[in-house]
Write a protein that binds this ligand. Structure first.
Ligand code: SF4
Length: 90
């Protein structure tokens, strides 16, 4: 068999089995089109609250940053915060 740099997919996603958001509606973490202002801030605050108590917050945030997830709250970080992290990292 030829050597490969591919990793088993399960390794990358194993942390999700312990996610506090597992089974929740995705609308808690991902905004509907045109969501703005207070509604958006309230939804993001609620999502962050869930993330704060999540056992896999660190790998979740790392995954979102490493894969440049463009939407949603991941690991307690909003889209705007992840963009800022990417800009800082250059
Ligand atoms: S940190 Fe937040 S988004 Fe990530 S798995 Fe946990 S609850 Fe879900």
């Amino acid at each position: 068999m030829k050597p490969t740099r591919l990793k088993p997919l399960l390794t990358d996603w194993q942390w999700q089995a312990r996610a506090a958001c597992r089974g929740m509606d995705s609308s808690v973490f991902f905004s509907p089109p045109n969501e703005r202002g207070t509604t958006r801030r309230r939804r993001e605050r609620n999502a962050r609250r869930i993330c704060q108590s999540c056992a896999v917050r660190t790998p979740c945030a790392r995954f979102a940053l490493e894969t440049a997830q463009p939407y949603g709250v991941w690991g307690g970080l909003t889209e705007t915060e992840r963009e800022a992290e990417h800009r800082q990292a250059g």
